[in-house]
Unconditional design. Structure first.
Length: 135
């Protein structure tokens, strides 16, 4: 372009189009910020619910562990009495079955805790992926 010649010319229509585009981009950015904040809130609330479930499962597991210990103690006492002929073999079988059931419940409780922990890790992983996609 030679000196003194017009390099480019902006018209009112061009300015209005750029202002409109800038406004649109700004509104989209605000909407995205609101969406991200909502997703973070939902994620945090989900983790709070999961943490409450995990705490309840841990309390239940502690109860089940005490129950297993009690059943073992009862069985040991009944077996000592059975050796003396005071407790019938059928009664000993009931104590053994009760212990086996308590141990089964304890294993189920342990698996529930593991499941909840895996679910928490999975939710965290999914949220990290979502955050990466938001950027």
């Amino acid at each position: 372009v030679a000196a003194g010649q017009l390099l480019f010319e902006l018209t009112h229509a061009d300015l209005r189009a750029r202002q409109s585009q800038a406004r649109q981009l700004h509104e989209q950015g605000e909407a995205l910020t609101v969406q991200i904040a909502a997703a973070e809130r939902v994620h945090a609330e989900g983790l709070a619910v999961l943490a409450a479930e995990l705490a309840a499962a841990r309390r239940a597991l502690e109860f089940l562990r005490r129950q297993v210990a009690t059943q073992r103690d009862l069985l040991a006492r009944a077996e000592r009495l059975g050796e003396r002929g005071i407790v019938a073999e059928a009664e000993l079988l009931r104590y053994r079955l009760a212990l086996a059931e308590a141990e089964k419940d304890q294993v189920i409780g342990e698996r529930e805790i593991e499941r909840l922990q895996r679910e928490g890790r999975q939710r965290e992983f999914e949220r990290v992926q979502a955050r990466a996609a938001e950027d």
